[in-house]
Ligand binder design. Sequence first.
Ligand SMILES: Cc1cc2nc3c(=O)[nH]c(=O)nc-3n(C[C@H](O)[C@H](O)[C@H](O)COP(=O)(O)OP(=O)(O)OC[C@H]3O[C@@H](n4cnc5c(N)ncnc54)[C@H](O)[C@@H]3O)c2cc1C
Length: 450
Amino acid sequence: MNQPQPVVAELVQSLGYQAITPDSVNWLRASQPWNIAVHQSPLAVVTAGTADEVRAVLAIARHHGVSVTTQLTGHGANHRLDGMIVLRPSGFDELTIDVEARTARIGAGVRWGEVAAALDGTGLVAAFGSNPSVGVVGYLLAGGVSLFSRATGLGAWALRAVELISADGVAHRITDGELMWALRGAGGSFGIVTAVEIDLFPAADVYGGKLLFGLDEAGDVLDAVLSNGADADSALNMSVNLTQVPKRDDIAPMLQGVRLVSIDVFGFDSESEHMRTLDAIRGDIHPIVDDALGHLAVSGVHQVVNEPTKPSASGDFSRLATVDRAMIDQLVELFESADGQVLRNVQVRLLGGRLAEEPGVSAIAGPLTDPHLVLGVGPAVPGDERVDRAYARLGEIVEVEGKPRTVASFLTRGQDYRDAYDDEAISKWFAVRDEFNPDALIRSNRDPQR
Ligand SMILES: Cc1cc2nc3c(=O)[nH]c(=O)nc-3n(C[C@H](O)[C@H](O)[C@H](O)COP(=O)(O)OP(=O)(O)OC[C@H]3O[C@@H](n4cnc5c(N)ncnc54)[C@H](O)[C@@H]3O)c2cc1C
């Protein structure tokens, strides 16, 4: 057997079984991110749950001149962690809801599904996204477009405090200043975050569901949602999916594998006003399933969306845009084409509402003025040229003026914070990193090059 590298040997000596190395029997499972389309070859994977364990990893990395990156789940993985130590903060599992203050304190090992469940019955929601297995901290540090975003704004704007251990091993509680600005949207590069405190939002009555339509109605459905949704009340959130229903046991057999159109609808309060918007959308279009809207527990929202929670291939296309009728027709044409058969989902999320307003806090992630976010998900089929062609075609269809941009939480392969923020913001970001992490000992996989 090869001798382990000195840095790996020291990690094992210091952290014991919490350091998993390429020699370990469970290496493949431990080093594999949630996004199985990505293969990563870090030096070692270390789990941590105390500040001292984090300090030990940072000290060993500094001593051996290697970098540390934080990855709880690997939903945001993108091939850029080779040669680094991956730190999984899964032991930081604190979760406290203060109903009266409308805040939550959440450890870096917690995923959104746990927070949603803790909010059941409180009359409060958090600005969480579509998948319960996404990590809270990784989502918030990258912006975070919530299922309630038109009412709550970006997840990062809800950050009140971030507790982190900086590269020199010192623990900080950050609530304002330039570092907080950077943490609200481009935040994986300044320290190992151990916990956050966030604002929660009053939502007495959460409801929602899925409306399903045949694929032949796709163009009209998209058009109706985008035109009627533009000025809809901000507590009403919708996304339209051209989608292939997965073949999973928890899905009715008659729907498994079928390609159709769905509208995911979530709102709270003002239900009668929202129903008028939905009636206008349905108009003459006849859904296959139309009785699916109902009152939900907060955790029920994720059950309605029903994304995979087990490791899967995640999306490789995301772009902020203004989707018009011509684009809609081309998106439908692509989805129905031979190349488009490899796409599992093309989603248009309605933005606007609170997202388009000033954040009210200092944040690199500013208002989103584009009305739509387009996402594309294909399966992980290495070498299948149809996948690359389908993504390339999506890029041609979703045309924008100037440089295409997305929200940092949806940055994908080959992209970094420059694909989410302008040059001025990136220069300021480098100034913050030079001050708080001058040797770039801690890295995120979305760091730009200078
Ligand atoms: C199926 C699926 C659904 C999604 N839905 C949404 C959605 O609805 N809205 C949305 O905005 N995004 C969504 N995303 C994107 C997701 O929010 C981002 O990829 C997010 O960054 C994932 O965080 P994570 O901790 O789970 O992933 P990881 O890959 O573990 O972390 C991503 C990055 O966050 C940073 N990070 C994580 N934890 C820490 C920490 N403790 N300290 C410092 N840095 C840290 C690191 O830089 C890391 O590279 C989705 C992704 C998938 C795969």
